[in-house]
Write a protein that binds this ligand. Structure first.
Ligand SMILES: NC(=O)c1ccc[n+]([C@@H]2O[C@H](COP(=O)([O-])OP(=O)(O)OC[C@H]3O[C@@H](n4cnc5c(N)ncnc54)[C@H](OP(=O)(O)O)[C@@H]3O)[C@@H](O)[C@H]2O)c1
Length: 335
């Protein structure tokens, strides 16, 4: 396991071992994920805090800033002991999503995020996506300047390709990189490319709900017209949805829900350093805490001499027969 020390909270006595599990706030903003209860999402954040989680991921782009606002509400009075990760470089233009990762665009995004989060520094500020109109090193230089000015503690990136990781990050070490990875969306080569340069942070680990037990797990038919997951090709692919349903059948009599097995499987993969699931309901957070407690109780966290976060062989023994293999091959031949 890579020593994740760059990302520990400011006060290291605040459960530093939780640095490998962050809570994502995208769906908590109440936009694009169907019917929403803001009070419950706030309660999710508060319960996560009571349970010792201190790392939270958000973005100015999420729900037009409302995810950041909700996070700032939850962190009122305890900001100094928490780790806030947010991003710039994507924005809304009417109903369209556009890139703006120019130095000026990133600076503007930072100023707005600081304002919404009611803080004068960020622990981590990331390039949300590479901007096709702006060379990645130019965006990175802008982030480095913010770090020099003391506005951000660390800078990071998101959604880089394998080639981009090699090309733009090879001169650095331990740069947080948000990578979309799960049994449906296999980006193993990106994770591998970041082995020496990155802290690989896994986003959308449950493929936005398909690899879990909620209503949205039945795919397109469960989504309202304005649900942004209509843009997610897996939700629109009956074959992918059917395969996920089979996984749920396989875990229906197992001790843990599917989401827990998926998170265990991900964290056992080489070069996975941090997981960022995005619960917005209490029962969803409880599944994640259940996962966290299994890791703790069964002593699954690997030592720093291992490449994965969890000790894979021991984790595998917890799986019902055939499930590990099915997760391993889930995306094979998907049309
Ligand atoms: N850098 C980037 O470009 C990027 C992109 C995506 C995500 N992220 C980060 O990663 C975080 C997580 O990604 P995500 O929200 O896309 O996907 P996710 O964690 O894979 O899925 C979240 C959705 O799954 C459903 N769900 C069902 N059971 C759950 C459980 N036990 N725990 C959590 N969710 C459960 C919920 O939807 P329903 O309630 O509708 O069923 C929830 O909104 C985001 O919040 C964000 O911080 C970053």
């Amino acid at each position: 396991m890579k020593e994740n020390k760059l990302l520990l909270p400011l006060e290291p006595d605040e459960t530093p071992e939780m640095a490998w599990l962050w809570i994502g706030t995208w769906s908590m903003g109440g936009e694009g994920f169907g019917p929403h209860d803001e009070r419950e999402s706030l309660e999710v954040l508060r319960l996560a805090l009571r349970e010792g989680i201190r790392h939270f991921d958000t973005a100015g782009f999420y729900a037009h800033g409302r995810s950041e606002e909700l996070l700032s509400k939850a962190l009122k009075g305890i900001r100094g002991s928490c780790f806030i990760s947010t991003k710039g470089g994507l924005k809304w233009q009417g109903k369209k999503v556009v890139h703006d990762a120019s130095p000026e665009g990133l600076r503007r995004a930072l100023t707005e995020s600081l304002h919404r989060l009611k803080t004068d520094y960020l622990d981590l500020f990331q390039l949300h996506w590479p901007d096709p109109q702006v060379p990645v090193p130019e965006s990175i230089d802008a982030l480095k300047e913010m770090q020099t000015e003391g506005l951000i503690r660390y800078w990071g990136v998101g959604n880089l390709s394998e080639a981009q990781v090699r090309e733009y990050l090879s001169e650095y070490k331990d740069i947080p990189h948000q990578v979309h990875f799960n049994p449906l969306h296999r980006t193993d080569s990106v994770l591998r490319a970041g082995r020496c340069f990155c802290i690989n942070c896994i986003i959308s680990p449950l493929e936005q709900g398909l690899l879990a037990e909620g209503k949205s797990s039945s795919g397109r038919t469960a989504l309202s017209k304005r649900d942004l997951r209509r843009r997610n090709p897996y939700f629109m692919n009956p074959q992918a949805v059917e395969r996920c349903k089979k996984l749920r059948e396989l875990t229906s009599k197992a001790p843990y829900p599917l989401s827990v097995y998926v998170l265990l499987w991900i964290a056992s993969k080489e070069d996975v350093h941090t997981l960022i699931p995005g619960p917005r309901k209490i029962w969803q957070l409880k599944e994640i805490l259940f996962f966290r407690n299994i890791v703790k109780d069964k002593g699954l966290l690997a030592g720093y001499d291992e490449e994965a976060l969890l000790r894979g062989r021991v984790v595998r023994e917890l799986f019902p027969m055939g499930l590990w293999e099915q997760l391993e091959t889930l995306n094979r031949g998907l049309r």
